[in-house]
Design a protein. Structure first.
Length: 115
């Protein structure tokens, strides 16, 4: 069955860094574009970053440009989100998303940025 399993979330101080991982199984990972979304309490889910199936094309929300980097390893079936210079406004549950022949979601990982 299809699985997207996020990891790497946690509590970090402002200005700190975290690296999220999303391990995929049960579908043809290298044929799917991958995205990271986030949802803060009381807010709608928003797109944070996306990467094409080949990894050549990436896109970012304006709020994270220059701070976050999305990447993927098609041999490990894993997508990453490197988050630097974290701010309290980055606090949210982060979700991994796969889009291709189907659409799949992970269960989410909590990121809390607080001193």
């Amino acid at each position: 069955q299809v699985q997207l399993v996020e990891s790497g979330g946690g509590l970090v101080q402002p200005g700190g860094s975290l690296r999220l991982s999303c391990a995929a199984s049960g579908f043809s990972f290298r044929s799917y574009a991958m995205r990271w979304y986030r949802q803060a309490p009381g807010k709608e889910r928003e797109l944070v970053a996306g990467i094409s199936s080949t990894g050549i094309t990436t896109n970012y929300a304006d709020s994270v440009k220059g701070r976050f980097t999305i990447s993927r390893d098609n041999y490990k079936n894993t997508v990453y989100l490197q988050m630097n210079s974290l701010k309290p406004d980055d606090t949210a549950v982060y979700y991994c998303n796969a889009a291709g022949m189907g659409v799949f979601w992970g269960q989410g990982t909590q990121v809390t940025v607080s001193s």
